[in-house]
Design a protein. Structure first.
Length: 270
């Protein structure tokens, strides 16, 4: 099965504009993210799917100069953008990873993919998010092209089109949902934040890269990060007040499979 990882990226973040092009250990954040995702062994291709907005010309230029596959599509309809990117790259299996995960562990990507491959006859969708257990920012969602095609044809709600996969995992009576939980039996999904949406997140991620990334060893693991945070808890504290803040908080009245315990509000929203 031709398996394509799609990293969705755009310049127009409302809280941290241009975050994908912020510097990170001598490269841009997006390049570091692609570097980590490409270290996964079980995918065939990695592409960056950006938008047709002129603001995102810079993302296309960066990708072309860096030899990264790039696709441009709908600015807000993530189902449409992913589906058409999948068609262009002849994907049979599509893996969604957002560009705000520059600390994602390639081993976790492979673990979710291996689970999907081992159970492809049993599941229509596999992720490590329903429920989530890994530290936030290790998001991996896998679906075969026919399931994505159904979402492309049928999803009608704005949040379904914007966030791509709720159309699938919000219908467990229709789609067979598989989930990969952290093998250590822990749940850090609401306590450890490795994603980027706020300036504090960028400071946290930059510090982690300063401590762990080197030319000789650019790819470090989730376990390396957790050990660093135990040794230097002041790094953990940088963005700890945003732990558990995710997009679910804005749609609790809409999402039937998500509870209030699976999201927090940002300090300014409390």
């Amino acid at each position: 099965m031709n398996t394509v990882i799609v990293i969705q990226a755009r310049m127009g973040s409302s809280r941290l504009a241009g975050k994908v092009l912020l510097p990170l250990a001598g490269k841009t954040l997006l390049e570091r993210m692609v570097e980590r995702v490409s270290a996964a062994k079980l995918a065939d291709e990695v592409i960056v799917a950006t938008t047709t907005n002129t603001d995102d010309d810079r993302i296309e230029t960066l990708c072309l100069n860096a030899g990264i596959n790039v696709f441009r599509g709908h600015p807000t309809d993530l189902i449409d953008r992913h589906y058409k990117a999948a068609l262009e790259y002849r994907a049979e299996v599509v893996v969604k990873i957002p560009s705000d995960c520059p600390l994602i562990d390639p081993a976790i990507i492979d673990r979710v993919l291996q689970y999907y491959f081992d159970n492809a006859a049993r599941f229509d969708f596999v992720s490590n998010l329903h429920p989530a257990t890994y530290p936030d920012g290790n998001d991996v969602e896998v679906m075969p092209l026919p399931v994505l095609k159904k979402a492309w044809f049928e999803a009608a709600k704005d949040y379904e089109r914007e966030h791509l996969t709720p159309f699938i995992w919000e219908q467990p009576e229709r789609f067979r949902i598989g989930n990969v939980e952290w093998e250590r039996g822990l749940d850090y999904s609401m306590s450890h934040r490795f994603t980027i949406d706020y300036p504090e997140d960028y400071r946290f991620i930059s510090k982690v890269y300063d401590e762990l990334c080197s030319e000789e060893r650019p790819i470090f693991s989730m376990e390396d990060i957790l050990l660093l945070l135990l040794e230097k808890p002041e790094i953990y504290d940088i963005n700890a007040s945003f732990a558990g803040v995710n997009w679910y908080r804005n749609h609790l009245m809409d999402l039937k499979t998500i509870s209030a315990s699976q999201t927090n509000f940002a300090p300014s929203e409390a």
